[in-house]
Design a protein around this ligand. Structure first.
Ligand SMILES: Cc1cc2nc3c(=O)[nH]c(=O)nc-3n(C[C@H](O)[C@H](O)[C@H](O)COP(=O)(O)OP(=O)(O)OC[C@H]3O[C@@H](n4cnc5c(N)ncnc54)[C@H](O)[C@@H]3O)c2cc1C
Length: 266
């Protein structure tokens, strides 16, 4: 069995800078971490590997700048068998369509993949679009927001967590599954595995290696353009009313009536 887990390296700080020219997030040199939902995705894959009677290989896959190797080393330290970094200047500025296409091309190159795990969403882009996008590019069934997964031969049954209910879905492998945080508690890597992972050679693939169509990757392949990124202005003004509860209620009611009067005459 072969499982691929897509993991994204995300800023581990809110102190992020935006490239004034491209409006893309500046990722180089920023303190980073594995996207928290992707730790749950790795754990879900490793639990299947632990329970598997047949040989089961778990491969961590990431698209990002060279520093994203650190995120892949964290995945190896958790127990992934292998890790591949898709890194190339041509991938820069990718929106979710271009990102999911790039990951799908890499999955095609890996070949014979039974399950592809993704986190529900990335904590920086927050679109939750890449997982479903990978499934679409590969023409595979997808189950998103999984909180429980059971395998029976080639059949996958998963319970989905919706806003106020659950849904149980079933499909056949190969398939794409995205997971929510509540699915498991990611294992903490043992120190010796962290040290071993530091020495591991991480395979790097370029756009050419995955036979990517240059028009479908990076800025060129991204119909979504970040127009402007800005911090919303903080709210100013506001007034504090002090006094006994009854006085406060009265003062507030008077205030509201005043505003309404103002609005009705405006
Ligand atoms: C603030 C901000 C807003 C953005 N808004 C948009 C937008 O509205 N539309 C748009 O198209 N793009 C947007 N982008 C760009 C978008 O972040 C990138 O396209 C990104 O590569 C994927 O989208 P995401 O971060 O939303 O990931 P999500 O779709 O939320 O990620 C879901 C899962 O996909 C996998 N995954 C995502 N990215 C990677 C990766 N690089 N390598 C491996 N696995 C991955 C992970 O398993 C992750 O848990 C935005 C970026 C930023 C920083």
């Amino acid at each position: 069995m072969k499982i691929v887990v897509c993991i994204k390296q995300v800023p581990a700080t809110t102190n992020v800078r935006i490239d004034p020219e491209t409006n893309a997030l500046i990722r180089e040199g920023v303190e980073s971490q594995v996207n928290p939902f992707d730790e749950n995705a790795i754990e879900a894959a490793l639990q299947i590997k632990d329970a598997a009677e047949e040989e089961c290989q778990v491969i961590a896959l990431s698209m990002g700048p060279p520093q994203a190797e650190d995120a892949l080393r964290d995945a190896i330290a958790m127990g992934c068998d292998d890790a591949i970094l898709l890194t190339d200047a041509a991938f820069r500025g990718a929106d979710t369509l271009a990102t999911s296409y790039t990951l799908a091309q890499a999955v095609r190159k890996i070949g014979d993949v039974d399950l592809i795990f993704c986190g529900k969403q990335a904590i920086d882009g927050d679109t939750a679009q890449v997982g479903p996008g990978v499934a679409e590019h590969l023409g595979l069934p997808q189950i998103t927001f999984a909180i429980e997964i059971n395998l029976d031969g080639k059949k996958v049954t998963a319970r989905r967590m919706l806003e106020d209910s659950f849904e149980v879905l079933e499909c056949r492998m190969p398939a794409v599954i995205t997971v929510v945080k509540q699915i498991n508690d990611p294992r903490r890597p043992k120190m010796r595995n962290v040290l071993k992972a530091r020495k591991r050679e991480i395979t790097q693939w370029t756009a050419e290696d995955i036979e990517a169509d240059p028009d479908r990757i990076g800025f060129t392949g991204s119909p979504t353009v970040v127009w402007r990124v800005f911090a919303p202005e903080g709210r100013t003004g506001g007034r504090t009313i002090e006094g006994e509860p009854e006085e406060l209620v009265q003062a507030l009611a008077d205030e509201i009536l005043e505003i309404r009067k103002g609005l009705s005459t405006a």
